[in-house]
Design a protein around this ligand. Structure first.
Ligand code: ADP
Ligand code: MG
Length: 355
């Protein structure tokens, strides 16, 4: 091409634009599942069952017992920017639900074959609809694109099949189903521990025994024991502190000085959303260095609650990166709380061994 001639500018197809946007939100099956789990929790579910084929690349399915979706909403539920959670821009700052931008289901429907079966408690039957690129697919060619009545329990089942079927480069990059399944399990494990009172299961299709199974009556420590094992569950210190000045509430379970592992396990939730924070991670590691043998690490589950107005959840479409006000002071406060707890525990242990 002659680079001295200005090329013409063309508008991208809407489907292409949406597929690009979807790829920014969903990089791999575990990202899609996280969105679906958060939707189920937003819907007030107490039972969330996940079924997986080929690391979620062939099938990612989630069944919940939440409030369901009204049949009249099924036509637009997979369109971009349709949500029951956010109404005005100002609502963004006070959102307590996980979702808020109405992009998750739309994204999945642009890169997978999505089927939703849902029943609200005041409906006589369930309704089922399959989606492609945000819209319901007619059940027969030329037929009406509308949900079909069917049998079903209260709640919602969402299936995403053939993830990235239309994004060949992404599909090629995700060859290892075992690795993808492990990431999926990690997401389920984290949410299972953070949501006492909600039963989670995760299984591979065709397997009789689930790989995770928590019950509604299990405590947080029961769930930690079930998922991460007794070695850590037996060595936990509880943490619970409130700081009205920020305001900030810290809750969690952290391993004591008797426990150490090769790899730092950190489950971090900010306002009930599973997030990563390299800054918090690094600071906590530093606190533990005086307590643990060299090159070993703690196990930490932390739930931070802050005024939603102080948390900027809108920095990134995946909502994984969260920034908040007074970040440095807040991190220092968290470290102090952990330091105090570890110190107390250590003192009482020495005292016990001395007497
Ligand atoms: P958001 O969660 O940001 O609102 P989503 O695309 O994730 O956007 O979901 C769109 C809408 O679909 C939600 O606002 C909610 O009303 C409905 N929805 C999605 N999943 C479920 C579910 N499991 N149970 C009930 N309603 C759901
Ligand atoms: Mg959502």
């Amino acid at each position: 091409p002659d680079s001295t001639i200005a090329p013409t500018i063309k508008r991208l197809d809407e489907a292409v634009v949406n597929r690009i946007a979807a790829g920014e939100i969903i990089h791999r099956p575990a990202n899609a599942l996280k969105e679906l789990i958060e939707n189920s929790l937003d819907a007030g579910s107490t039972s969330i069952q996940v079924s997986i084929k080929d690391g979620g690349l062939k099938l990612l399915q989630i069944q919940d017992n939440g409030h369901g979706i009204r049949v009249g909403d099924l036509a637009i539920v997979c369109e971009r920017f349709t949500t029951s959670k956010l109404r005005t821009f100002d609502d963004l700052s006070t959102m307590s639900t996980y979702g808020f931008r109405g992009e998750a289901l739309a994204s999945v429907s642009h890169i997978a074959h999505v089927t939703i079966t849902t029943k609200t408690k005041d409906s006589n039957c369930a309704y089922k609809a399959s989606y492609s690129d945000g819209a319901i697919i007619p059940s027969k060619p030329g037929g009406a694109a509308e949900p079909k009545p069917c049998a079903g329990n209260n709640g919602t089942q969402i299936s995403a099949e053939d993830l990235f079927y239309n994004v060949p480069t992404r599909r090629k990059a995700l060859k290892n189903a075992t690795e993808e399944y492990n990431r999926i399990l990690d997401v389920v494990n984290r949410y299972a521990i953070h949501n006492e009172g909600v039963s989670f299961t995760c299984r591979k299709v065709g397997s009789n025994t689930p790989d995770v199974h928590t019950t509604t009556s299990a405590t947080v420590v029961d769930n930690i024991r079930h998922i991460y094992g007794s070695a850590v569950a037996n060595e936990l210190l509880s943490l619970e502190k409130s700081y009205p000045v920020y305001p900030l509430k810290i809750k969690g379970w952290i391993s004591n000085a008797n426990y150490s592992v090769k790899k730092f396990v950190m489950l971090l939730f900010i306002n009930h959303r599973s997030v990563e924070s390299p800054a918090i991670r690094k600071a906590i590691e530093a606190v533990y260095t005086t307590y643990l043998p060299k090159n070993t690490h703690p196990w930490v589950y932390l739930s931070l609650e802050m005024d939603p107005r102080n948390v900027d959840v809108n920095v990134h479409p995946t909502k994984r990166e969260v920034h908040f006000m007074n970040e440095e002071e807040v991190i220092a406060t968290i470290c102090e709380a952990i330091q105090d707890r570890l110190g107390d525990a250590n003192v009482s242990r020495n005292f016990l061994t001395q007497t």
